[in-house]
Design a protein around this ligand. Structure first.
Ligand code: GLP
Length: 319
């Protein structure tokens, strides 16, 4: 299946081009007996906000009541002593989605899912991990780690996380018929959602111990006042589930994204750069689309031959 890279002029242009593709999909969707809903995968971060605004501005052109959405990830460890307070914390991804998209739709989506990370109390999680070391394995070659809870886990909290948070989310996606179009951004080192660099690429739903770099960036970007306030864990789709969608649309703009974008396309498929999984995804039949601003795309300049050899089609919309 195709691997297409669309190069745009700037953030507004990137958002508009991405918006056009999503709108086309939503407009042409007709609910049928076997498939009642269009299933949209959503991301947080500043990158997709312009695209969400485009959907809001054009909401009369599609029926939002036909759409079920699944978000990629959610923090564990947001400030707040109970699940309600953590969900309503302004930095929760649930709150973000309500503010940037869900709350601005006149007709709401049929259902909106965000991984149930705020149900977990981080202190209790840390205590459970300390106490029940045989219940899980740690996976990852870098600083961000996957905490893989075993099916045989005995600790009640870890058992609950596996069954009611991780497995339940995966089942809900499957029940909805799988994701039709998944929107993703890129983390500083090429991570997707909270599938951090170095975590093996075969995982579907993850409990993640965040990379120090991710925690520090959250403070640097003004999301949390101190490293102590910044969550240490998250629930996330893993690459193997993100790239199960029919189409994956990656958006990237600005300088921070130059390296991961170039590495993910020109380099090998590697857990060091989780978004490199897109190459395997497209080779296996998925529809991979990158929509970049001219800055994020600058690492691909002069590499036309390599891109062509890899079967990647580049559409330059900057002229
Ligand atoms: C976090 C999120 C990712 C997101 C990334 C980049 O790590 N978990 O899903 O892609 O930030 O965010 P931004 O779009 O603000 O650069």
């Amino acid at each position: 299946m195709p691997f297409t890279v669309i190069i745009t002029k700037d953030y507004a242009h990137m958002s508009e081009e991405a918006g056009k593709i999503v709108l086309k999909e939503l407009k042409s969707f007709k609910p049928a007996k076997q498939k009642k809903n269009y299933v949209l995968g959503l991301a947080t971060g500043s990158t997709p906000v312009g695209l969400y605004q485009h959907l809001i501005d054009n909401q009369e052109k599609f029926n939002s009541a036909d759409v079920i959405s699944f978000n990629l990830d959610e923090y564990v460890g947001l400030p707040g002593e109970n699940a309600q307070l953590r969900t309503l914390h302004p930095e929760s991804y649930s709150y973000f989605m309500i503010k940037k998209l869900f709350g601005k739709l006149k007709t709401p989506f049929a259902k909106t899912y965000v991984p149930f990370g705020t149900l977990i109390c981080q202190e209790e999680l840390i205590a459970a991990l300390k106490k029940s070391k045989d219940d899980f394995e740690i996976k990852g070659s870098d600083k961000g780690k996957a905490v893989v809870i075993k099916a045989s886990a005995k600790n009640p909290l870890l058992k609950m996380i596996k069954k009611d948070i991780l497995d339940a989310y995966e089942k809900s996606i499957a029940k909805a018929g799988g994701i039709d179009l998944q929107i993703i951004g890129v983390g500083g080192r090429g991570h997707v959602a909270f599938h951090e660099s170095g975590i093996p690429l075969n995982h579907k739903m993850l409990l993640v111990k965040l990379d120090d770099n991710t925690i520090q960036n959250a403070v640097k970007d003004g999301h949390f006042a101190t490293v102590e306030d910044s969550p240490n864990y998250a629930i996330s789709l893993g690459a193997a589930l993100v790239y199960k969608a029919k189409t994956v649309m990656l958006l990237a703009n600005g300088e921070r994204k130059i390296r991961p974008v170039a590495e993910s396309i020109l380099g090998p498929v590697t857990a060091d750069v989780p978004i490199s999984y897109g190459q395997k995804f497209s080779a296996d039949g998925g529809n991979m689309i990158y929509i970049l601003d001219v800055i994020a795309a600058s690492g691909l300049k002069g590499k036309e031959k390599e891109l062509k050899a890899k079967g990647i089609k580049v559409i330059d919309k900057t002229k």
